[in-house]
Design a binder for this molecule. Structure first.
Ligand SMILES: [Fe+2]
Ligand SMILES: [Fe+2]
Length: 474
């Protein structure tokens, strides 16, 4: 028997909720089995300097200390309830926010929660081998932090399934532990979560691009009329910020190091740069193109009746819904989407309700563009003449209006043959992957030491010095 409040920090009154306790009695051991099998490889005895959320109060959500990851206290937290909260959009706008699942939306809502929940363990699976090639103890600690928090995000979604969806919810919670990233027979639900994350450049790109998709999906669900989902997502967002920080600063530090080495040695040619053991900027651009394009697909079809239904029924809102200045019903509004007509990409207006995926994708692109701008400043400040660019949103897409076309990063519609001739100028080749991985053949774990291909961060975690022992290997 588990002592729930001890083992599972929560603010959902778990100690008195017998139904939830019984559901977790079955699920928690299965979760631990999954963590042992699919969590970070060979890490179970390490003591890691991690933050743990023990309450939603400002002083409780980031308690730092050494923890063996299997002993991490995966908790269940919802942002405190606002008694006056309403459904803020769609046909139920103005009703009190729902505290129980509306019967008519039960299966749709369950699907939305399962789809979000599935991404959380997927990314842990994708990253499980990276500890053996970490560039520093600081970075090793960060990937473990991301991993345990993705585990907690799975708990957050499983809580909703167990608490609000009865037997089907329990079955879905089990399936979340059964699917595997990249598995031929039982893959994760969404494409980008079945791609490999083979090296640390890919990991930082993933946390910058794909965790940020997570942020935007959570922001849309945080507007939900189903209040427990909204409150769960709001708390998850506090953790997501760190994941994107890891990605943004990781890439920034790689760029910084490359630029330093280029300047010191007065080289610009990628092969000369590689000879010095750092990652050339064109390779970084190709990784960026890959991660950006597969992440754009996660938003779904540009025109989608499902997206319209989610919105109209009050289940999933827009980014910053309540800050937007319109009727929040969108019955007459229009929104532009792209399509290919006569060999050109054109923009055309469609009913805004059907274009909500595209709109969320556009909101995401705005934020991504700012981040890429910050990376560019690192290059500019070093005085290196190189421009990092975001490819056109039609580049390398497999979902939506632009899928099936051969679009260059500049947005030209090409023939398949022409596109294929340039493919590995635009996307990482097996040689690029092999080179990047050759830099990461072993791990760097001496406190305060960093691999040659990455600059140290500006500061340590939780005000600790850079040479702090972030991981004890035992
Ligand atoms: Fe997450
Ligand atoms: Fe995340």
């Amino acid at each position: 028997m588990i002592n729930y409040t001890e083992k599972i920090p929560n603010n959902v009154d778990l100690g008195r909720d017998r139904v939830l306790q019984r559901a977790l009695e079955h699920w928690q051991p299965a979760y631990m089995g999954w963590w042992y099998d699919m969590g970070p490889n060979e890490s179970h005895n390490y003591e890691v300097y991690l933050r743990t959320a023990t309450s939603v109060e400002p002083d409780g959500w980031a308690q730092f200390g050494y923890v063996k990851m299997p002993d991490y206290r995966w908790g269940i937290f919802l942002q405190p309830r606002d008694e006056k909260r309403e459904v803020n959009f769609g046909i139920h706008k103005g009703q009190a926010a729902w505290q129980e699942v509306p019967g008519e939306y039960r299966s749709t809502l369950r699907r939305v929660i399962v789809t979000q929940g599935d991404t959380e363990p997927a990314s842990v699976e994708q990253q499980r081998m990276l500890g053996s090639s970490c560039p520093s103890m600081y970075d090793l600690r960060n990937i473990f932090q991301v991993n345990v928090e993705e585990g907690r995000h799975l708990w957050a979604m499983v809580y909703l399934l167990h608490r609000y969806f009865g037997r089907d919810g329990r079955e879905e919670a089990e399936s979340l532990l059964a699917r595997r990233s990249g598995d031929a027979d039982n893959p994760r639900i969404l494409g980008a979560f079945n791609e490999a994350t083979p090296d640390w450049l890919a990991f930082y790109m993933f946390t910058f691009f794909t965790d940020r998709d997570g942020k935007f999906q959570l922001c849309a669900l945080a507007e939900s009329g189903f209040d427990p989902l909204a409150r769960t997502c709001r708390f998850m967002l506090t953790e997501e910020a760190h994941h994107m920080f890891v990605g943004e600063t990781g890439i920034s530090r790689i760029i910084q190091r490359t630029c330093e080495v280029m300047k010191e040695n007065k080289v610009e040619d990628p092969s000369d740069v590689r000879a010095l053991g750092v990652i050339d900027l064109p390779t970084i651009q190709r990784y960026l193109n890959f991660h950006y394009s597969v992440t754009l697909d996660l938003y779904g079809s540009d025109v989608s009746s499902n997206a319209a239904n989610y919105y109209t029924s009050g289940l999933k809102g827009r980014f910053r819904e309540t800050k937007l200045n319109d009727d929040h019903v969108l019955a007459d509004a229009q929104y532009p989407v792209s399509e290919v007509v006569g060999g050109k990409i054109i923009s055309k207006n469609v009913p805004a309700l059907t274009a909500l995926n595209e709109r969320l994708r556009d909101d995401y692109i705005d934020e991504i563009a700012d981040g890429v701008g910050r990376w560019q400043r690192v290059i500019d400040n070093a005085g290196v003449p190189f421009r990092l660019t975001l490819p056109h949103k039609g580049f390398h897409r497999e979902i939506g209006n632009l899928a099936g076309h051969f679009i260059s990063p500049e947005g030209e519609v090409l023939s398949e043959e022409t596109w294929k001739n340039h493919e590995f100028e635009w996307l990482p080749s097996s040689k690029d992957y092999a080179y990047v991985q050759s830099l990461m053949s072993g791990r760097v774990v001496e406190p305060g030491k960093f691999a040659n291909w990455i600059a140290p961060p500006a500061r340590g975690i939780n005000n600790q010095p850079l040479n702090f022992e972030y991981v004890r290997f035992n």
